[in-house]
Design a protein. Structure first.
Length: 150
């Protein structure tokens, strides 16, 4: 019964970084509406090609090691430079789904569109007490998880 939750927690920890942040500057976010606004702002920066600025804009809500998060921002910047060389600039993005595990985890999925390709973005937030902390940002060319089940 607890195995799926444990597997999810372990996967999120491995995806997002080696340890929860101990930084006093981390404030977290008060509610899901604010999360939606922050992830929209992140995606707007990505759309403009400001990858590192997008990652830095989330520093105050990190629930993971900030050094590892900055490294992943640099990896994303390099990846997006390659994507732009191959398929051009992004043409749009759209928040396509939100899902939650009660009031413990909250995930926001975006589709980022290019003329000849698309990427899926996934933001995962965890609420250990009264504030939401960002514990994972992923992007992928695998769009299967964005399809709705009918």
């Amino acid at each position: 019964m607890f195995r799926p939750l444990w597997t999810t927690l372990l996967a999120l920890t491995l995806i997002a970084g080696p340890a929860f942040a101990e930084d006093e500057a981390v404030t977290g976010l008060p509610n899901q509406d604010v999360i939606d606004g922050r992830t929209d702002a992140f995606m707007n920066k990505i759309q403009e090609g400001r990858i590192l600025a997008a990652y830095r804009s989330m520093q105050d809500v990190l629930g993971v090691d900030s050094d590892g998060f900055e490294e992943r921002g640099e990896e994303a910047r390099q990846f997006f430079n390659q994507v732009r060389e191959r398929v051009g600039d992004p043409v749009d993005h759209d928040r396509v789904r939100v899902s939650s595990i009660k009031d413990h985890f909250y995930r926001v999925d975006y589709l980022q569109k290019f003329e000849a390709a698309a990427l899926a973005w996934e933001f995962t937030f965890y609420r250990p007490k009264d504030r939401w902390l960002l514990v994972g940002v992923k992007y992928s060319t695998d769009l299967d998880r964005l399809y709705t089940q009918e």
